[in-house]
Design a protein around this ligand. Structure first.
Ligand code: ZN
Length: 434
């Protein structure tokens, strides 16, 4: 385990010293052998060979003669290949250094956002180690998510490909002075301000608009609706008119009902949804991103946050209701995407959500689809992400075991990760990251 860790860091150093261009120039074509390949499009191949050229997959087959002369052969024949995983709800810039006597939220608030973003490269690495090669990030201060996305895209940072929202739209806090002018930074009240704030995020470079449609965050699991249907509709219509998509956070059922009716592409958290909302999601093909594991994390790591045992009980009760809602929604035919809602020290545990999906009634194959093809569809990237197929980005993960027999293989046994044709994690033998 110690040796493996060293080899991972050595590899990352080498990668940092010699940027991707150089390694690509040395061997532009890679041939990867897998014992089995779950292609994400319904096929399982035995003794599969994936040919990668540049950042894309050129071919997928079982024919040895398909390996071009001079290709770099990567032998992963003792592993199963799966598509790179997609986590559609992260807070990548939320970083805590674990310094004794400090708390994650207070430290984040006290530090310059740009500094948190730089330090959060650790979150990026842990996310890749979990096999996640694409994320949707929903809310970050000072457009640090946009900077992070762009730094990754130019190769200055190593991390999953990111789709980002800038600031999440939120109502004025109860402590705001009455009559004070509404500042920007995502704060917006009323239809006009909401439309303006949504446009601001997109102008700044956001791929998505995120709205906090209810209370509920961290130790607070209340789900009181904060934006009206009309305000949600204004945000959704603005996003759509500019070719962008909309995610609405609601801890409770009221905000979820209006988010679905307003036309959001995904509804986040959404515990206790009524049957009518669930049927409407089926009808509209709205994605449900329940983020069940997020509150498991807060309860389990409550000491880091300074939350008392009564908070943990409240969080656990919410998790149970969240799971029950997911069970009902899945049974009714709602489409799911995997979102961890990872913050601070939760990175690396991004895929534990899949265990809850299986508990909610999915087969391992259906859970895997939530983290691959469904995530890609939610992002509008179904033609280039979420499957190991010719023409798709070469985002591929090797796991030890059969992911279709046991979802824990995906959660705990990631051994190697390729993103856009570059190996970003390899020789990983530790079974968990903490
Ligand atoms: Zn969140």
């Amino acid at each position: 385990m110690r040796l493996a860790r060293i080899s991972v860091s050595l590899f990352l150093c080498v990668n940092a010293l010699f940027p991707c261009l150089q390694s690509r120039a040395a061997s532009p074509v890679k041939a990867i052998r897998f014992g089995k390949l779950v292609d994400g499009a319904g096929k399982v191949l035995t003794n599969a060979i994936v040919i990668v050229e540049g950042d894309r997959i050129k071919s997928v087959n079982t024919n040895n003669s398909s390996i071009p002369r001079g290709a770099e052969v990567i032998d992963l024949s003792s592993y199963t290949g799966i598509p790179g995983l997609i986590d559609v709800h992260t807070h990548m810039t939320y970083y805590w250094d674990r310094a004794p006597g400090t708390r994650p939220w207070a430290q984040l608030g006290a530090r310059a956002p740009a500094m948190s973003m730089f330090l959060a490269q650790e979150n990026l690495r842990k996310t890749l180690e979990a096999g996640v090669t694409t994320v949707r990030n929903l809310h970050a201060a000072e457009y640090t998510d946009i900077a992070m996305r762009d730094l990754i895209n130019i190769g200055a940072m190593t991390g999953p490909r990111m789709f980002v929202s800038g600031y999440g739209l939120h109502v004025a806090s109860p402590t705001s002075r009455a009559g004070a002018p509404t500042p920007s930074k995502g704060q917006a009240n009323g239809v006009d301000e909401v439309a303006r704030a949504a446009r601001e995020q997109i102008t700044a470079g956001a791929d998505w608009v995120k709205m906090f449609g209810s209370t509920g965050s961290a130790q607070d699991v209340s789900g009181n609706q904060t934006y009206s249907f009309e305000e949600m509709k204004a945000a959704v219509d603005t996003a759509h008119s500019l070719g962008k998509r909309m995610a609405i956070h609601s801890y409770g059922p009221g905000g979820a009902r209006d988010a679905v009716r307003a036309g959001a592409e995904s509804v986040e958290h959404a515990t206790d949804m009524d049957d009518e909302t669930i049927s409407e999601m089926v009808r509209r093909k709205t994605f449900y991103v329940p983020t069940i594991d997020h509150n498991r994390y807060y309860a389990e790591y409550r000491d880091q946050f300074g939350y008392g045992p009564e908070v943990a009980e409240r969080l656990k009760a919410y998790v149970e209701r969240n799971l029950e809602t997911a069970r009902r929604a899945f049974k009714a035919g709602v489409r799911f995407a995997m979102g961890s809602d990872a913050v601070f020290t939760m990175f690396g545990q991004n895929t534990r959500e899949l265990g809850w999906f299986v508990r909610a009634g999915m087969t391992p194959e259906q859970a895997l689809a939530a983290a691959t093809t469904n995530g890609a569809a939610l992002l509008g990237m179904e033609k280039s992400l979420g499957a190991v197929l010719p023409g798709y980005y070469a985002d591929i993960v090797a796991v030890d075991g059969d992911p279709l027999a046991d979802i824990n293989v995906v959660i705990n046994n990631v051994r190697w990760v390729m993103k856009g044709g570059a190996v970003v994690i390899q020789n990983r033998t530790a079974s968990k990251s903490h």
